[in-house]
Design a protein around this ligand. Sequence first.
Ligand SMILES: Cc1ncc(COP(=O)(O)O)c(C=O)c1O
Length: 497
Amino acid sequence: MPFAQEQSKSSTVASEQLSKTETIKLRNKHIGQACQLFYRSDPLKIVRGQGQYMFDEEGTRYLDCINNVAHVGHCHPEVVRAGALQMATISTNNRFLHDELVQCAQTLTSKMPEPLSVCFFVNSGSEANDLALRLARNFTKRQDVITLDHAYHGHLQAVMEVSPYKFNQPGGEKKPDYVHVAPCPDTYGGQFTDKMYPNADLGALYAQPIEEICQRQLAKGQGVAAFIAESLQSCGGQILPPPGYFRAVYDAVRSSGGLCIADEVQVGFGRVGTHYWAFETQGVVPDIVCVAKPMGNGHPVGAVVTTPEIAQAFHATGVAYFNTYGGNPVSCAIANAVMRVIDQEGLQQNALQLGDYLLRECSHLKQEFECIGDVRGVGLFVGIELVKDREGRIPDTKSARWVVNRMKQLHQVLVSSDGPNDNVIKLKPPMCFSRENADEFLLAFRECLATLTQDKMATEAATAAATTTHGVIATAAETLANKTKLFERQDRLIKSV
Ligand SMILES: Cc1ncc(COP(=O)(O)O)c(C=O)c1O
């Protein structure tokens, strides 16, 4: 079956249906304004994807450094084929026997350490985390959950409650009393940094507040149901917890009777390079693991993997678990193809090699450009933190946003920014990212940093001149701030189309 050809033919048709202006108009009219749009000032209309590239309606090619969902590459032919063939054969629910379902469970659990051997299939990361909380609450007969500051675990009610990334926003819903927020283990910009505590065991320092929550809960006779955390926090700004952190936290949580949930929705399936799962980098075994995004390479599928004991306690409630689409043969065929491709194409190994290269080269850029405060990562999960002042580690949000926009507009390279101050440039590209792609990113990023540095120097010189002459000089100062204003103006224009 000529899949690649079919794909490009159908995408051409799709791209010709509406003009971009018309698409924006219809989106503004019919799609809730709360739905987030990348590059609001000049949104992208993506009509086709292939490997690590996305193409807009004019055929412009963008290097995709942010799509961790298209894990094995956009529209990977083997994944597309598996999904299409299964779709053309049968798609039904998991109350019927099907080989793709059991094979998917077998492969997925074969990648996990013992005793994680039982799966529940879902359709998204939110559903996976929601179900994980239900399993933990049922098993422990408790309600309290410990989460990390800046965490995001999904958009459903129960997972929004454990997502400070959302509920701490000005219009966010109030955190329930049964949710306890511990500091994000960010050793660069968090509560305990390597600068403040150069010789300390930061893993132990960050675990301590969690131990205290557990003690308090035990003293109240309540304990905790669960601790939930991403194995590497992505929304928090590409955070790598310090060594020993999860071990100490898991010990504390378990000794207070709670379960440990690892959210691998973003970071699983070999992205970290050294291991298949990011929790393995800390030498721990969770009680429940949640997976989604990369599992379907763009198709909605996820899973909760747990122990027979926890699964049995769920069964013992007598309330059957049913999910119309979770575990349907099409989703499972796709997930099976994704896991096959990761192995066949050595993508975990690629993540390791490319990640090392990117980290090394970004560290060189850090030596050259003062605006880079920190470079961190593992495999193809990389964060570059931009700062106004390296010594004070003052976040530079404006520059990060400017870089993200310039990378797209001038270089056609897609990156994003995140973290509590939105000043961390995030890289989490499809795992087929190549050395050439890394060099393309590095060249473009270097140009942005050089321009940023020149602009800053010009602004400083102009300010100094204005101070000495007591005059008002606006020309040189019309750099970063004015460019940011330009993007904001374009934003308003787009909304009024
Ligand atoms: C760490 C993490 N967990 C859970 C979710 C929710 O996944 P989904 O959007 O598939 O519901 C996300 C989504 O961004 C996520 O980043």
